[in-house]
Design a protein around this ligand. Structure first.
Ligand SMILES: O=C(O)CCC(=O)C(=O)O
Length: 249
């Protein structure tokens, strides 16, 4: 076999090794895994220690205010800033959080990659978002896991994300369902099945509700924000092997 062929095969081995080794780790408790399976979402303590949250919020504001116009999307209720994989190095650890990667193994069930990571601010005095599923399920199962890191506390008043309990995989919402708001203190992390129906609640306050959001998908799907093409050389130099595995295919 050619050297290139051997390299390709050994690269494939590395991929399977990452999936296999993440699958055997145990930082995601069985209770959390069960709740994700039955409810479609969970709220975990996030990867950032409490003492670093004010600094993270400051870096968020700096990144958002310094973003190029091309990276900013103003929706009807939220402002989204993409490319959080290439901003301050403090954001690099967010998509490597072991319990979240273990949730991906369980939900997606096959090798996966990061598809998007962006800031999303629900602007003050905005109505609730329409409930939607990000990625419908298919014959091969669940294609996506999403996450929302709370930069601010998520409260019933400021637009905390609402989930239709257990609605993952439904083609449409039934006439009656339980809508649950995922509230938590700053630093909490929502992990959800991308096929669950959800949307942010109304922001009734005068303050923006900030978050960092992302999605993991099957490695065989095209990346939502064309991450492999966007990766800057200086980012690739500072991140480790697992991050490169998640970002560059
Ligand atoms: O920001 C949120 O709480 C949810 C946002 C969301 O689901 C979306 O925009 O697709």
């Amino acid at each position: 076999m050619s050297a290139a062929g051997k390299r390709w095969l050994s690269g494939l081995g590395d991929m399977d090794n990452w999936f296999a080794s993440i699958s055997t780790e145990t930082q995601l408790s069985s209770e959390a895994a069960y709740a994700l399976h039955s409810d479609g979402f969970i709220v975990l303590p996030g990867p950032v220690p409490g003492a670093s949250l004010a600094e993270l919020a400051h870096l968020y504001d700096e990144a958002v205010s310094g973003a190029a116009p091309d990276d900013i999307k103003m929706g009807s209720t939220t402002t989204r800033v993409r490319d959080f994989v290439n901003r301050d190095a403090a954001f690099d650890e967010l998509y490597l959080y072991p319990p979240m990667l273990q949730a991906c193994c369980r939900v997606i069930g096959q090798p996966f990659k990061l598809s998007t990571m962006h800031a999303r601010t629900v602007r003050p005095r905005t109505p609730a978002q329409r409930l939607h599923a990000d990625f419908p399920s298919d014959v091969r199962g669940w294609p996506m896991v999403g996450f929302i890191l709370m930069i601010d506390d998520f409260t019933p008043e400021n637009g905390a994300t609402c989930f239709a309990l257990g609605s993952q995989g439904m083609e449409a919402l039934p006439a009656s369902f339980s809508l649950v708001q995922a509230c938590g203190p700053s630093g909490s992390l929502i992990v959800f099945n991308g096929s669950v129906w959800h949307g942010h609640g109304p922001n009734l306050t005068d303050t923006p509700r900030r978050s960092i959001q992302g999605a993991y998908i099957r490695r065989t799907e095209p990346s939502g924000e064309t991450l492999p093409a966007r990766m800057r050389p200086e980012t690739l130099d500072r991140i480790g092997a697992l991050a490169r595995y998640l970002l560059t295919v």
